[in-house]
Design a protein. Structure first.
Length: 180
């Protein structure tokens, strides 16, 4: 089995983590509607900071085997990719200084770009589609709907959850085909 396939099947096409982070985006939008903008921003920061452990817990609950060989180095890519997000927070901060409603659109553009390398690691071109749609969503939300704080949260979260479910179904189908 090749490294990309091992990685894809072990991490279920990033589905547990993707669904988790998409849900965080949606909940953040809800928090902004029913509590406050600042609370939504704080929730988003703290929840996304623990996204990976929550996704891992979700993956363990699903009980699919870890088939990564010891010499597969693909997992080393993701800690590096994850640092791109906190290191880019100053850009989001600068955008929010102009308009607080750009918080979710700015993060959407950042997260969309963050998803693009996943296409190579998982050998799943759907990540290019997901990343591109999220970037487009962030740009359109900031440009045309800059007076709506939560719109990009709902749209981004919805896209991420839909692709997370799709990736889960694709990888599960691949695993089942191989067992036959």
């Amino acid at each position: 089995m090749n490294n990309h396939k091992e990685f894809r099947q072990t991490y279920l096409g990033a589905a547990p983590h993707t669904i988790t982070v998409g849900t965080i985006w949606i909940i953040s939008g809800i928090v902004s509607n029913y509590v406050s903008t600042i609370t939504a921003i704080l929730f988003f920061f703290f929840a996304t900071a623990i996204n990976f452990p929550i996704g891992e817990l979700f993956r363990k609950i699903l009980k699919y085997p870890d088939i990564m060989s010891k010499n597969n180095d693909l997992a080393k890519l993701f800690p590096l990719l994850s640092f791109t997000i906190p290191l880019s927070i100053p850009i989001v901060y600068m955008a929010c200084q102009h308009n607080i409603n750009w918080f979710f659109p700015a993060f959407a553009i950042l997260i969309g770009a963050h998803y693009l390398p996943f296409a190579w690691a998982y050998k799943m071109p759907t990540f290019i589609i997901l990343g591109s749609l999220i970037i487009i969503n962030g740009c359109i939300s900031a440009y045309f709907f800059s007076d709506i704080f939560d719109l990009a949260a709902y749209l981004t979260g919805g896209l991420i959850v839909i692709f997370g479910i799709s990736h889960f179904l694709l990888v599960i189908s691949e695993i089942k085909r191989e067992k036959k």
